[in-house]
Design a protein around this ligand. Sequence first.
Ligand SMILES: [Zn+2]
Length: 416
Amino acid sequence: MKNLSVDADRLWSTLMEMGKIGRTPAGGSRRLALSREDGEARDLFVRWAEDAGCTITVDRVGNIFARRAGADDSQPPVCIGSHLDTVPTGGKFDGVFGVIAGLEVLRTLDDAEVRTRAPLEVIVWTNEEGARYSPVTLGSLAFIGAHSVDYALGRMDADDISVREALAKIGYDGSAEVGNRPIGAYFEAHNEQGPLLEESGEVIGVVTGSYASRYFVITVKGMAAHVGPTPMARRKDAMVGAAKAILEVNRVGNAYGPDGRSNAPHIEVYPNVRGVIPDEVRVSCDLRHREHTTIDEMEKDLRNALARLGEKLDMDFELEPYFAWGPMSFDPELAELLRNTADELGYGRQDLQIIAGHDAVPMTEVTQSGLILIPSRDGLSHNETEYSAPEHVTAGANVLLHAALAKAEVVADGDT
Ligand SMILES: [Zn+2]
């Protein structure tokens, strides 16, 4: 088995084929979760998986499970998963690489007529990005029971279209109960989305754990008034308050050393018309840090800063948490397996911590979960020009292949 390798050309061309769905002018992909384009991408994946002999199951929140039977089908499957949805100006690798690499593992085993004792499954998770529906990793969080199915189905996008409606529209309102599947082990491969592997020159990042991430909505309450006659001194302009709040978020990210992160990427303005001073602005933001104690300090710092702003501007500033994850650790045994696999295949590797959310994070709650990363050119992701070199894509898929085989066990000829 040592010499078994994925088909690099097939893997690359399949990845490029998927990238054509929702293609953007700058060569990226726009496939918002459960959009028409996401539906097309799912259809294409399902067709490829069925061509590879897989049985398809779709659960009630639209997670797709493509199963390759094992010699002992009563064993829980060894799974490889990621996502096909993208941010509005996404690249061709984020998520898609992990799904297509999983498919390539199955195709490779078919070509080599390899049977495994445990079944193998490739999973496509719903709404990993959180760009259309909040929160991120919605499908895998529902799978592990962190959110109820009703909660997930009831999430609304900016146009008041629910997950339930959007799933039905693209035909992925499946019937399988959510989370009602045993899983033997879970693997995910992803592009790094940061610069560390490129800087070190290593090919495989073995993820040992994550930063802590906390997500909030800042609500600034001002007072609506005419933009002309109202004297400057009498205004309570919620937009000005939000602008100052965003600068505070940015200050906090910078103030806690190289491991601090913060951003405020989304804003809602009411009434959001010309002529009216905004009376309410909501800013989504998040804070991240490697250390649990430091993220506590960062949150406290931001709260104090917002309270000071409130006093100074005589407006209300609320900081409401809506999601948090990490710090967490991945399964040490799978991490060791992934290290050894990379070593045996001759790929340089290093341990890494993730600062971005992935479906492999929730999966640690229900099974052994392992995550590897491959280099991103210029450390760029969530950008149309996102790129990972073909040889790195191949390396990642080969590590998945051999790690999955180690867990699922190869059945020798004549053995049953
Ligand atoms: Zn992703």
